[in-house]
Design a protein around this ligand. Structure first.
Ligand SMILES: [Zn+2]
Length: 111
């Protein structure tokens, strides 16, 4: 099912739809050129921008990277060796999806 609301913060960064706990990072996997999208707090991971808006989609970052063979259990993760931080997902990246599914943009709840 598509989600109904998405939290968009001050700098137009979108927030993790599950827990609204963090912004969503773009991570380039250098070997294949694949870009994945991961919450900076809970490690929820989506393989495409569209998947972020579907509450049945999502992976765990560490499990996913283990599946692909980038990291191994018990071994310290050398992120820079296989990935590149490409900043956060912003509203303009996903505006077409928000419009397509009529998802409501809401501001973050004040702490
Ligand atoms: Zn999260």
């Amino acid at each position: 099912m598509k989600i109904k609301n998405i939290v968009v913060g001050k700098s137009s960064q979108i927030y993790c739809p599950g827990f609204q706990d963090g912004r969503i990072m773009k991570i380039l996997l250098k070997k294949t050129g694949q870009v994945i999208h991961a919450c900076e707090e809970c490690d929820a991971t989506w393989l495409s921008l569209e998947d972020i808006f579907d509450d049945e989609k999502g992976e765990d970052l560490i499990d996913y990277l283990e599946t692909l063979g980038y990291i191994k259990e018990g071994i310290e993760v050398a992120w820079d060796d296989f990935s590149e931080d490409q900043g956060f997902v912003r509203l303009q990246d996903v505006e077409h999806i928000i419009k397509k599914y009529n998802i409501k943009i809401i501001p973050p709840t004040p702490l």
